[in-house]
Ligand binder design. Structure first.
Ligand code: ZN
Length: 231
């Protein structure tokens, strides 16, 4: 842990030499599971980043911003600017109420549509569908870019209230999210679609109308959509 703030951290001592036996994710929560019942839990929020580099290669961000380096022979796995990074036992993770409340992983191997719909319908019916897709208790893993791109890809206006979205439309959004998110999950960040996200004022790639933006719901999260082909 190179950051001066962690100079006295006991983690290097506790983790040194231990094998990583699994790496898995639930939505935006990442878990590095070490032998000896020690698991690193990380959430990047908006600022954080994980990088994987060959030993000796230049890192993607300044080493001063690295909070954690997991190193073996040949590879450095580095967490930068991470706002959530904790070392926990499996029992502690299982009893974490916030983690337990998460909806199913959007990219999980299987997906239960009725669980998703039940959770979606327990939300405030006035909430815009775009913002409701960000609710991690409904489905875990959809962020602001995906919310906008999935609504665009399905032709649904993200400002439409939940009460005006049919079950069929809601499931269509989820199917599309799973389809669109799978490729960048495999091929990396640059494989993301970029039809409307942060393209305010530019023409829609589908119909040519001008893309708009608006803050939504309680957290005023920005959404981007095409008024010409999303309704
Ligand atoms: Zn359009």
């Amino acid at each position: 842990m190179p950051h001066p703030r962690h100079a006295r951290s006991p983690w290097p001592q506790r983790l040194r030499g231990r094998r990583v036996r699994a790496v898995d994710a639930h939505g935006k929560h990442l878990f590095l599971r070490f032998d000896g019942d020690l698991t690193l839990h990380s959430h990047l929020r908006i600022s954080g980043h994980w990088g994987v580099y060959r030993e000796g290669a230049r890192w993607g961000r300044s080493p001063r911003r690295a909070w954690l380096v997991v190193r073996n022979e040949g590879w450095d796995v580095v967490e930068f600017d991470g706002p959530v990074l904790e070392l926990l036992s499996e029992a502690r993770i299982r009893s974490d109420r916030h983690l337990a409340a998460l909806g199913q992983d959007v990219l999980g191997e299987t997906f239960d549509p009725s669980d998703f719909l039940a959770r979606l319908r327990s939300d405030d019916p006035r909430r815009p569908i775009g913002d409701a897709l960000l609710e991690q208790r409904t489905v875990a893993g959809i962020g602001n870019l995906w919310k906008a791109e999935v609504c665009f890809a399905t032709g649904i206006d993200p400002c439409r209230a939940l009460v005006e979205v049919s079950d069929e439309e809601a499931l269509g959004l989820l199917v599309k999210a799973r389809e669109l998110m799978r490729q960048p999950a495999r091929d990396g960040f640059s494989a993301r679609p970029r039809a409307v996200y942060r393209r305010t004022g530019q023409p829609c790639p589908r119909c040519g109308a001008i893309i708009r933006q608006r803050g939504q719901w309680e957290n005023n999260r920005l959404t981007f959509w095409c008024p010409g082909c999303q309704s």
